[in-house]
Design a protein around this ligand. Structure first.
Ligand code: NDP
Length: 484
């Protein structure tokens, strides 16, 4: 059977009209949509390379206005409001995301390039789940073990990346609102649209003006926002390079900071693991969302005795993945988000070949237009190679082997990052032994990429600090013992 087509899939495209894409989008400040003073940007559909919409961006004086609106809303309305009332608003946001889920899913896939089955089944439902979860906390903060009457910080300046646009917005905005803070959020330049539809949802929910402000723009807008003196708390998700820059900028100030940065996670497969199950976890770990995932299992560490079996089965499985139109319900791998990201992936893959690793790329047909990259697996990888050290942020897996438990731990921890890890073995004792030694914020055992709003997520080392989700995520938006 190997290599033969068992059966063909008929195209099953979702209707793009469901997204109700407008030609022009505007920033959302103090409860109103108005054009900003920045240079308008054009957001592309990465599956075609065509312009999807024009987005008005903000100037630094618009950022000032957004921060002032957030301050006013914080002082007058949002922080004095009883938790029981705030909870109703946050709950309403969750319900409206659910109500508009199909529209948001199609829009996300058009703007980001991710397969519709992922935006429909993961991004949007998980975004709603974050609002539901935090709505539940809003009136129970005194019982969260964070003091009898924990107080909000004030205005949160939040900057998010392009890989999970609405979901990262939810991770940032839901805990901030539930704890009584107000928000100014900058979406990524290449994926601003679902954040601006979320702004419409804030209007629909009759959220008081100024509680949520959305300021589209480039890195300069992000920089203006995070260094704004009116911001009390900065929450950033993105590259380690920009995260370090922000940390330097805020050093010595009283602004609270959480950083969720890059990763180079080890996914470790032992010889006693259920190999078929592990193959599914490996595929999910690196090819989900085209590998644009900070916690992607991008380094596969396989016990030497089973490496041939794992590689053979893995290649056979990866060959079956369908790459193409993100709106097709059968698509497994969609478009790379931008030409820049595609160039970065190509450059790192070329470095892997140049440094002597063995490259295997799925022979699947790849669309001719748009930004696409076929799933790729490198074997014979050395820890010193760039593909083993740097975040590729694409559908590219590096495979290395180990012999002993200690060697597996050393290899897994040999990275400046420490966001996530995976372990595949039948032995519970081995899982426990390993999880206490792996320097990673999240360790998945016999699964990968599982998310729950109740589970804290965040990194060690150059993957950042602070946690999002769960009780720890609430603490990041509340005054602690060290605050006045
Ligand atoms: P960035 O870190 O540049 O972007 C993340 C967000 O920060 C975007 O909204 C960006 O705006 C904004 N930003 C850029 N510069 C600044 C600044 N000086 N101050 C404040 N905000 C800023 O990531 P990229 O999109 O450039 O991606 C580069 C690489 O980073 C990827 O290849 C990947 O390896 C990694 N990455 C990791 C992510 C993660 O989840 N850990 C997410 C995204 C990227 P704008 O979009 O307008 O540039």
């Amino acid at each position: 059977m190997k290599g033969e087509t068992v059966f063909d899939y008929a195209p099953a495209p979702e209707n793009p009209d469901i997204a109700r894409v407008k030609q022009h989008y505007q920033p959302f400040i103090d409860g109103e949509f108005t054009d900003g003073g920045g240079e308008p940007l054009k957001t592309l559909n990465p599956a075609t390379g065509e312009v999807l919409a024009e987005v008005s961006t903000v100037s630094s004086s618009d950022v000032d206005n957004a921060v002032s609106a957030a301050r006013e809303a914080f002082e007058r309305v949002w922080s004095p409001m009883p938790g029981t009332e705030r909870a109703k608003y946050v709950f309403r946001l969750a319900r409206l995301i659910q109500e508009r889920a199909r529209e948001l899913a199609v829009l996300e896939s058009l703007d980001n390039g991710k397969p519709i089955k992922e935006s429909r089944d993961t991004d949007i439902p998980t975004a709603a789940a974050h609002f539901f979860y935090h709505a539940g906390w809003a009136d129970k903060l005194g019982y969260a073990g964070l003091g009898r009457d924990p107080k909000p910080l004030g205005v949160a300046g939040q900057v998010i990346p392009w890989n999970f646009p609405l979901l990262m917005l939810a991770w940032k905005i839901a805990p901030a609102l539930a704890t009584g803070n107000t928000v100014v959020l900058k979406p990524a330049e290449t994926t601003p649209l679902t954040a601006l539809v979320f702004a419409e949802i804030c209007q629909q929910a009759e959220l008081p003006p100024g509680v949520v402000n959305i300021v589209p723009g480039g890195g300069d807008v992000g920089q203006t926002l995070v260094s704004h003196p009116g911001v009390d708390k900065v929450a950033f998700t993105g590259s380690t390079e920009v995260g370090k820059q922000i940390q330097r900028q805020l050093a010595g100030s009283r602004t609270r900071l959480t950083l969720e940065l890059g990763g180079k996670a080890a996914n470790i497969v032992f010889d006693d693991a259920a190999i078929d199950q592990a193959i599914e976890g490996i595929v999910n770990g690196i090819f989900f969302n085209q590998g644009h995932v900070c916690c992607a299992g991008s380094r596969l560490l396989v016990q030497e005795s089973v490496v041939d079996e794992v590689l053979t089965n893995l290649r056979a499985r990866v060959e079956t993945l369908r790459i193409g139109d993100p709106l097709d319900k059968n698509t497994d791998i969609g478009a790379i988000n931008s030409a820049e990201q595609l160039a970065k992936i190509r450059e790192l893959v070329a470095s892997g070949e140049g440094e002597g690793a063995s490259r295997w790329t799925s022979p699947c047909p790849v669309p001719e237009r748009g930004f696409f990259f076929a799933p790729t697996v490198f074997s014979d990888v050395e820890s010193s190679m760039r593909i083993a050290r740097e975040e590729i942020f694409g559908p590219v897996l590096s495979v290395q082997t180990f012999r002993t438990l200690d060697e597996a731990v050393t290899m897994a921890n040999t990275t400046p990052y420490g966001l996530s890890a995976g372990v595949w073995t039948e032995k519970g004792s081995r899982i426990l032994w390993l999880t206490s030694r792996l320097r990673a914020g999240v360790v998945w055992a016999n699964t990968f990429n599982r998310f729950d709003p109740a589970a804290p997520f965040g990194g060690y080392k150059e993957s950042g600090f602070g946690r999002e989700g769960g009780r720890s995520g609430l603490a990041a938006y509340l005054q602690g013992d060290d605050d006045d």
